[in-house]
Design a protein around this ligand. Structure first.
Ligand code: DQA
Length: 147
């Protein structure tokens, strides 16, 4: 079974996008990090990024059909997309919401995520390490047969 790492809008520009906020790790480096972490943990990790909401919805539907775990950084959609939240609510395996920055220490419109209430857990503010920690959680859950 696949474990999906799904990334929303503007995350493809990591490395050059506001490095003071998001760090200097490029999106390509993030893909490598997730794939290598998956290999170490025995997870078949598929990493994707899109700037098109309908594409993310399709990937979430696929994960729901496959009962596959998802690590999701919904990026700006976190804060207002009920469509992304509704798609997340259909998932049948753990959903880990990840934010690179600490959204609670930033502008007030970022303090609320409409996705968090349907996520298994949320990691924010730990930089790209948040993805590694989320994958570790998924591997531990699969190992104990929770999902
Ligand atoms: C983000 C935080 C969001 O507020 C922002 O819109 C992003 C990235 C993060 O990873 O810190 O695009 O999800």
């Amino acid at each position: 079974m696949a474990t999906y790492v799904l990334n929303g809008p503007n995350l493809g520009r990591l490395g050059t996008r506001q490095p003071d906020v998001y760090g200097v790790t490029s999106y390509a480096d993030l893909v490598d990090l997730c794939e290598q972490t998956g290999e170490q943990l025995g997870l078949a990790v598929t990493v994707r990024q899109t700037d098109a909401e309908h594409e993310l919805l399709g990937w979430l539907h696929q994960a729901a059909d496959e009962a596959a775990p998802v690590v999701l950084n919904p990026a700006a959609w976190s804060h207002y997309s009920y469509a992304v939240r509704d798609a997340c609510a259909m998932l049948r395996a753990p959903l880990l919401e990840v934010h690179i920055s600490n959204i609670h220490a930033r502008e007030s419109f970022r303090h609320h995520s409409v996705v968090s209430a349907v996520a298994t857990g949320v990691i924010c503010g730990l930089g790209v390490d948040g993805y590694r920690l989320a994958l570790r959680y998924v591997a531990d859950r699969l190992a104990v047969g929770d999902d």
